[in-house]
Design a protein around this ligand. Structure first.
Ligand code: ADP
Ligand code: MG
Length: 330
């Protein structure tokens, strides 16, 4: 297999030679790092970069770009169960364009205000357009939703619907604009994903979930991160995948399923719930404002199978061919 971004992180940026600081509770490898803030609270910290031509098309509107850069960071905080608090913005722009900066900054502050987050610093430089945000949020002590605590028998849930963002992106890549309300919906889902902040906080505060991740690189790729860190496997029931009516009507069931499994940038949460907590979910999540669906279960890794994930359709085992999740170097 070709080297990917995770090989680089693993080889060069995972281990320092000295013993880790005692106040670092979770380091490289999860949606956020977690450090000790005070006796009752922990701090979740995440950084995400967006580069023109890689993460967004040159044609993107500055308001959409600002929204998405913030939303992708909020999504990592949500995956940890953190309450968003502060952001820093490192902005690299090719030239000073006041109309662009006005639209970008208004949209940026609009989403920050919505989540009660303050911009507390950053850096501004000239160069090819790129945006790096560091976001910090607060978690009650020992309540972070990590990737490494899933257990055999836990149920696997995802929020919202999957694959819409990839569907919307396919129109933008062809330079097409929406010709009906379904296409409009899918493009909107790509440009304006909703970070599932309240859901993450509810799962953390109630302790109902054993692990969580946000789906930025595709459901299978991101669930695999949970499975690797938790040293287990899983079964996914294909007929349970939550697909929007818009995605299915525009692309058909087979393509919609592909997008749901491997399309990126849904920014939904994937989380695992022990069987003993399953019945309590409905009450705990009644007022969160997002649907959630059980799509499978954590299993032991089957010694004969190289794949961590088995797929089933209507209870019968099936093989699935699909493109892997997004990796910058593959
Ligand atoms: P996410 O998709 O949740 O934003 P990534 O896949 O980008 O996370 O990164 C995986 C993990 O590796 C994260 O814990 C991230 O903080 C860490 N990481 C990524 N790049 C580096 C780096 N250059 N140095 C240290 N840690 C890194
Ligand atoms: Mg993440």
């Amino acid at each position: 297999m070709r080297e990917g971004e995770f090989d680089i992180i693993q080889r060069y940026f995972t281990a320092s030679k000295r013993a880790p600081r005692k106040d670092v509770l979770l380091s490289v490898g999860d949606d956020c790092a977690v450090t000790e803030l005070n006796r009752n609270q922990h701090l979740a910290i995440t950084t995400d970069t967006m580069v023109e031509g890689v993460h967004f098309l040159p044609s993107i509107r500055p308001a959409d770009l600002a929204y998405k850069a913030v939303a992708s960071n909020l999504s990592d905080l949500a995956a940890m169960g953190a309450e968003p608090a502060w952001m820093s913005l490192a902005l690299t722009i090719p030239n000073i364009d006041h109309a662009w900066l006005t639209e970008f900054s208004e949209s940026f502050f609009s989403i920050l205000d919505h989540y009660n987050v303050d911009l507390i610093g950053g850096d501004t430089t000239r160069g090819p357009l790129s945006i790096t945000i560091t976001a910090q949020g607060i978690i009650a002590k020992d309540k972070a939703l990590c990737r490494h605590n899933a257990n055999v028998g836990d149920w696997i849930y995802v929020s919202g619907t999957l694959g819409d963002s990839a569907g919307g992106l396919s129109y933008l890549l062809q330079g097409k604009s929406a010709v009906n309300s379904a296409q409009e919906f899918l493009i909107h889902r790509h440009l304006r994903p909703t970070p599932r902040v309240l859901l993450g906080m509810a799962l953390s505060l109630t302790r109902l979930a054993s692990s969580a991740i946000d789906i930025s690189d595709g459901c299978v790729a991101d669930l695999t991160h949970i499975l690797e860190r938790s040293q287990c496997g899983a079964v996914i029931e294909l007929d349970k995948l939550p697909l929007s009516a818009e995605l299915v009507s525009e692309f058909g069931l087979a393509q919609a399923e592909q997008y749901a499994l491997s399309g990126g940038e849904d920014y939904e949460l994937c989380f695992t719930v022990p069987d003993s907590n399953k019945a309590k979910l409905a009450k705990a999540l009644a007022h969160i404002g997002v649907n959630y669906t059980c799509i499978g279960q954590i299993r032991a890794i089957h010694p004969k199978n190289k794949n961590r994930i088995q797929f089933q359709r209507h209870g019968q085992r099936v093989e699935v061919e699909f493109a892997g999740g997004f990796d910058h170097f593959k």
